[in-house]
Design a protein around this ligand. Structure first.
Ligand SMILES: [Zn+2]
Length: 375
């Protein structure tokens, strides 16, 4: 409701005469609804067809995506390719800068791209990452790392330790255990920086504040079809929100949390319709949890988007005779790679009314930084 009030006040601000100047001033302030908490959710490889499949398979019962209060579309091309990879797209979504495929957190000429998470962290916001891949993977890495190649996992692991991210949950234990700094493993280096390092969700359950890294697998976490708890992303998101909220309870600044539905992409590469459905469902449940949090915590904006679409998924009729009452549905794939189509952005909560229309992926973080009033 708050944002609706803001919307009304913006209209008033432009319509009233100077007689109401005192009111106009307060309206002006309220018109720019400040976002205190940002939950930035990225479905890796999630296009409109993947979201549509979730709806269709759920017999059209509303999903979390249906709760969106505003929508937009973004283009995803990278600096050197009309079809992006996750590193270039992650860099664009994290920092607002285009780069070449394969590069992470830096422009093609090597200039570092500072992410909105890094900016938020410097300004006193709590920061967090929740993924189902390794924490050094392209999408989470784009929020803290700056390397010429997304495959520089050793360097990315070192940069992760130095990133200052307060809560990080996902895989990637192996790269931190193998990494070394001053004769210690990078896991010990994290502990030296007062991180609590946990290795399963039960252990995480006993943590409710402070800096925490959850390392739930050596590299990728399993897909849902290969045994990951189908509620993992929802539960990890809720836990991260609890810890980040507790950490900033006494601060004027809130937090920025990035949540990735990481393996919609890998199931897309495998052209596995059942796998895409399960990964999108887990992600949607996390989106619902984030929206519930926004309901209870005014000042929270939930932004849900994708870095690109994977697999060229289409939902096709099995027959061309449209007079039939049902023709059956086919899930067809155009590629085992990525595609160049625009992807959706779903918005919910404070400031949702401020973002809509068709834009480039680099415009989205710029608008978010503005709403959070980052310097
Ligand atoms: Zn991919």
């Amino acid at each position: 409701m708050k944002k609706l009030i803001c919307g009304v006040l913006v209209v008033l601000m432009t319509a009233v005469t100077p007689v109401l100047s005192a009111k106009s001033n307060s309206a002006k302030k309220a018109g720019k609804c400040e976002v205190k908490n940002l939950i930035y959710m990225i479905g890796d490889g999630m296009g409109l067809a993947q979201v549509s499949m979730l709806l269709l398979e759920g017999k059209y019962l509303p999903t979390a995506f249906n709760r969106s209060e505003n929508i937009a579309l973004i283009s995803t091309y990278s600096a050197n390719n009309r079809v992006t990879d996750s590193a270039a797209a992650g860099t664009a979504l994290a920092s607002g800068h285009k780069t070449d495929n394969g590069m992470l957190g830096q422009e093609p000429d090597g200039t570092p791209c500072v992410s909105i998470m890094e900016r938020a962290g410097k300004e006193g916001y709590q920061t967090g990452l929740v993924v189902t891949v390794y924490l050094q993977h392209a999408t989470p890495g784009a929020f803290y790392a700056h390397v010429p190649s997304r495959n520089d996992l050793g360097v990315i692991s070192e940069q992760f330790v130095e990133s200052g991210v307060d809560v990080a949950l996902g895989g990637g234990k192996k790269f931190l255990a193998e990494g070394e700094k001053a004769g210690k493993s990078l896991i010990e280096a994290l502990e030296d920086k007062d991180y609590k390092v946990v290795y399963d969700m039960d252990e995480l359950g006993s943590v409710d504040k402070g800096k925490v890294v959850g390392l739930f697998s050596d590299e990728y976490m399993p897909t849902v079809l290969n045994g990951r708890d189908p509620n993992y992303l929802k539960e990890a998101t809720e836990k991260a929100l609890e810890i980040l909220s507790n950490n900033c309870a006494d601060s004027k600044k809130g937090f920025m949390l990035m949540v990735e539905g990481s393996q919609i992409d890998s199931e897309g590469h495998a052209n596995n319709a059942a796998g895409i459905l399960e990964e999108t469902r887990d992600f949607a449940q996390a989106v619902g949890a984030a929206m519930d949090f926004a309901d209870q915590n005014p000042g929270t904006l939930v932004v849900v988007t994708a870095d690109h679409e994977t697999s060229g998924l289409s939902i096709t009729s099995n027959k061309t005779d449209f007079t039939l009452s049902d023709s059956g549905i086919g899930y067809d794939f155009g590629t085992t790679g990525h595609t160049g189509i625009m992807v959706p952005v779903y918005l919910y909560g404070t400031g949702a009314e401020q973002i809509n229309g068709i834009m480039d992926n680099t415009d989205l973080p710029k608008k978010l930084a503005e709403l959070m009033r980052l310097k």
